[in-house]
Design a protein around this ligand. Structure first.
Ligand SMILES: Cc1cc2nc3c(=O)[nH]c(=O)nc-3n(C[C@H](O)[C@H](O)[C@H](O)COP(=O)(O)OP(=O)(O)OC[C@H]3O[C@@H](n4cnc5c(N)ncnc54)[C@H](O)[C@@H]3O)c2cc1C
Length: 468
């Protein structure tokens, strides 16, 4: 007879981890099984770190899968404003979201997060940056950030792993879930390639890496979804001195611009002062660009993403495919590497060559990036949105629109489609099936994904209590 768990959690990213944490805290003795596609935290090694930054396309990718999901190798920037990192306020209201962020932040502190917070004090220098932003038609969103750094982030999630394991949570790695088991509109468990698992409640938090699989499952099981947005853009890299004022005052300033031409929303995202540009690989070897920074190891450069939000309308309903198509086009020209172009070459309509790349003050931190021409990859509209944004940002951080500024492409955020859930994050069409985190299109960052996990745990506890 197969064991029946109280709760099965699919995906061991921050959303899944915080579900398990809150469940075990409030209901010690509850039986929890976590099924994770990737590796154990102690076995998550990216070969790039020891072979000169060259990606060898591991499967599954240690950067995006395994214990702590995409969070493990992330820069660990915890956004403490409910306005950033997802849409939780749409489900629970802004005040509850704020309160839940405080609660979850305390858990991060308990497991070793740094006490310092960047960007929450209004200094004259910050006000001056705000004034320059207005002049440049940029909206400055204030978001206090607790910065862990990549090494500290891994340490923290390792401690959470040990805590959950010692509290009796069963975790199975290298165990991708392939199907849901649903009967009479109620979830009974899940299937993996080797075994079926049964549980009273199933919580699904498969992250961006699992979102394609999740959408296919929703289609098979007639679980309603809706088309979300897709963010496409580039990662910008410049010398630290260009961004110093913003770095020193905010660590990360979130700036939004609506373009004068087509009124598209362009925003800065995930800034890494002294950081490193990185490539990450999705299924089928699709290379997209990202960036991170370490607490101690620093480069001479700052990198951040510039993302253009695209909301598609009928009849088109496959924004993830659209984003991947563009990324594939870039991969085609670079043999699956990340493309890099100098801003000066882009506006002049010419390819960046190795010679042009290395005549600058800036030295690229992504060593295997291939110099190329982003205008052969990005749609005209996105390209011009990015150029307009860089020119606006140059008014706040003079030097950003310099010829030597590097643009790496493409950065795509695959959080497009949204699983429809009620206010308790439960599917309205299948009982006892909960969806959370980035994979369900609800969150887009560590803090909101973690908060979402806590909220789902509380809903499950409420359900359990009402039954006993
Ligand atoms: C390089 C990088 C840097 C980042 N930096 C930051 C940052 O500084 N601040 C911030 O707020 N956010 C950052 N993010 C985003 C952040 O990591 C995510 O928002 C967060 O991890 C989402 O949590 P999640 O639990 O929803 O999903 P994930 O962390 O993606 O975890 C989902 C897990 O589900 C697993 N999975 C997928 N499919 C299946 C399946 N079929 N069966 C079983 N398991 C499956 C995956 O292997 C993965 O481990 C970064 C992301 C990356 C990639």
């Amino acid at each position: 007879m197969d064991k029946k768990y109280n709760v099965i959690i699919v995906g061991a990213g921050p959303a899944g981890i915080f579900t398990a944490y809150e469940l075990i805290k409030e209901k010690p003795g509850i039986s929890i099984l976590m099924l994770e596609k990737g590796r154990d935290i102690y076995k998550r090694h990216c070969p790039k770190h020891t072979n000169g930054g060259i990606c060898i396309n591991c499967k599954p990718c240690s950067i995006t899968t395994g214990w702590a999901g995409a969070g493990a190798f992330s820069d660990g920037k915890l956004s403490l404003s409910p306005e950033v990192g997802g849409t939780l306020p749409d489900y629970i209201g802004i005040d509850t979201a704020r309160e839940m962020i405080r609660y979850t932040d305390d858990i991060y502190l308990k497991f070793g997060a740094d006490a310092g917070i960047h960007g929450h004090i209004e200094t004259p220098a910050m006000r001056e940056i705000g004034r320059k932003s207005i002049e440049a038609n940029l909206k400055l969103v204030q978001c206090p950030v607790r910065h862990l750094g990549t090494e500290k982030t891994q340490e923290l999630y390792r401690s959470l792993y040990e805590h959950l394991k010692n509290s009796g949570v069963e975790v199975r790695f290298n165990s991708p879930v392939t199907d849901f088991i649903i009967e009479n509109k109620q979830v009974l468990g899940v299937k993996s390639a080797v075994k079926n698992y049964f549980g009273d409640y199933v919580m699904v938090a498969v992250g961006r890496d699992g979102s394609d699989w999740l959408m296919k499952q929703c289609a098979i099981q007639a679980i309603p979804t809706e088309v979300g947005i897709v963010d496409i853009g580039v990662r910008v890299e410049c010398r630290n001195e260009v961004m110093q004022e913003i770095n020193d005052n905010f660590y990360e300033a979130k700036l939004i611009h609506y373009t004068r031409t087509v009124d598209d929303k362009v925003r800065t995202f995930c800034s890494n002062p002294g950081g490193f540009v990185s490539s990450e690989y999705y299924d089928n070897n699709l290379a997209v660009v990202n960036g991170h920074s370490y607490k101690d190891l620093k480069s001479e450069n700052t990198n951040f993403a510039l993302l253009v939000s695209q909301q598609f309308t009928e009849p088109f309903n496959a924004p993830i495919e659209y984003g991947k198509h563009i990324a594939r086009l870039a991969n085609m020209l670079t043999r699956n590497k990340i493309m890099v172009q100098r801003f000066g070459d882009l506006v002049r309509g010419r390819r960046t060559t190795s010679d042009r790349l290395y005549r600058n003050n800036i030295v690229p931190t992504l060593k295997d990036a291939v110099p190329g021409d982003l205008s052969l990859v990005l749609p005209h509209r996105i390209l011009f949105d990015i150029i307009e944004m860089i020119k606006s940002l140059d008014k706040v951080s003079p030097g950003l629109a310099s010829d030597e500024t590097l643009l790496y492409g493409v950065e795509v955020k695959f959080y497009s489609n949204i699983v429809k859930v009620d206010k308790s994050f439960q599917s309205p069409s299948v009982r006892n099936l909960f969806f959370g985190g980035d994979g369900a299109g609800i969150t887009r960052g560590l803090m909101q994904a973690s908060v979402n996990g806590v909220l789902i745990a509380r809903e499950i506890i409420n359900n359990l209590s009402s039954k006993s």
